[in-house]
Ligand binder design. Structure first.
Ligand code: GMT
Length: 379
């Protein structure tokens, strides 16, 4: 098959899934065309069967805002025509699904199929904005197939957007060759030395784009409570708008010596391996791909009940789930987990087995491949 993919190429779970899916499709012999504003960040190498096409958004003085959506639609239609694409896979309902629909209308090849994947913010945040709901609904209803990354997101989309068409849940996945427990002890020791974390201290970790919805202040509070009972350190990887207030909370609690800000890291898997536990206490979270990556690397998760987090964590079996905002309960669970080596090892074993079964890359890529085949067959 000839597949076009459009996503936000910068750091972020939706771009990661779009890119990994493209790489796997190419490995299976399909021809894959990424059409985006820059080369997706996970596409570090040259791959056989993968082509990248950049949309250049010019800033003409006649426009008040640069015309990203129109330029992208035009580019997608050009690529559909030039390479005779069979399917285009749009990540995000707006703007990308709408761009895909416009592109198909512009192109000569009207039988190109459109698959749209909803990732979260396009529904859970933008879906509350009445000025955007019609466009999101249009994007879903005019795609041939729409998927969402968790059952919770599927349900929320039905509730908020009330589309006419069906939404299929296809979970996110992790490439085990990138995220695994290999050399965990060795990497842990090296990073502890680098960050000046004592050998026997436990490590809690969080990575994200540090937007308000990530509730990173609850992570700091959880750590503070946990550290009253457990010798531990907290490591933040990434950067974002909330960083200033997080730093100020850390200093007001007087815990600067045990909270590490590592910034953006290209090798985030080493930080997952450094960690005993991964925290994701968001107010909204459709899935939590970074948490799943951390779990593949052996870090046991403590998540909130937001969105799809509790579909990824099986409470008290493969990690813990707490109500949004309940940092005291999160700390209580961490204290229970980190003070009992037997409990920790049992939970870690179960977690590794469970994520490899339920979020297995090959089976999920096959699910997407079957969707594309279904479209081609006109079913
Ligand atoms: O979490 C973010 O802010 C980034 C966002 C994105 O667009 O990349 O992530 C969303 O998509 C990921 C991949 O499907 C999910 O794992 C994240 O949970 C989801 N984020 C939210 O729902 C807030």
């Amino acid at each position: 098959m000839k597949i076009g993919i459009t996503c936000y190429p910068s750091v972020g779970g939706s771009g990661v899934i779009a890119t990994e899916l493209g790489i796997q499709m190419a490995r299976r012999g399909h021809e894959v065309h990424f059409i985006s504003s820059s080369v997706p960040f996970r596409l570090e190498h040259n791959y056989d069967n993968i082509y990248t096409h950049r949309t250049e958004v010019n800033d003409y003085s006649v426009f008040k805002y640069p015309p990203y959506d129109i330029t992208l639609s035009s580019k997608i239609s050009e690529i559909i025509n030039r390479y005779e694409l069979d399917v285009i896979h749009m990540h995000y309902a707006i703007p990308h699904a709408v761009c895909g629909i416009l592109a198909r209308q512009m192109s000569k090849k009207k039988d190109v199929g459109i698959v749209t994947t909803l990732h979260g913010t396009d529904i859970t945040v933008l879906g509350h904005d009445m000025s955007l709901v019609s466009a999101i609904k249009f994007g879903i209803d005019n795609s041939d197939i729409t998927t969402s990354v968790s059952s919770s997101l599927t349900e929320e989309t039905y509730e908020l957007i009330q589309p006419e068409s069906e939404i299929e849940t296809v979970y996110n996945f992790v490439d085990e060759s990138r995220f695994n427990t290999g050399k965990r002890d060795e990497i842990k020791q090296k990073l502890k030395e680098k960050l000046n974390i004592p050998k026997n201290s436990k490590v809690l970790m969080h990575t994200s784009n540090f937007r308000k919805i990530k509730n990173a202040d609850d992570i700091v509070r959880t750590f503070y409570e946990t550290s009253k009972e457990i010798d531990c350190h907290l490591v933040f990887v990434g950067d974002g708008p909330d960083m200033y207030s997080i730093r100020s909370l850390v200093s007001s609690l007087g815990i600067e010596d045990r909270v590490h800000f590592a910034g953006q890291q290209s090798d985030v898997s080493s930080y997952y391996k450094l960690s005993d536990a991964f925290l994701l206490l968001s107010a909204k979270e459709s899935f939590g791909l970074a948490m799943l990556e951390a779990m593949y690397c052996g870090a046991v998760p403590v998540g909130s009940t937001a969105g799809g987090i509790s579909e990824v964590i099986k409470h008290k079996e493969t990690g813990y789930v707490v109500e949004v905002g309940d940092y005291k309960q999160a700390a209580a669970y961490l204290i229970e987990l980190l003070s009992d080596d037997t409990l920790y090892e049992e939970m870690q074993d179960k977690m590794l087995k469970d994520v490899k079964e339920r979020f297995n890359m090959d089976s999920i890529v096959t699910e997407y491949e079957n969707l594309y085949t279904r479209l081609l067959a006109g079913a």
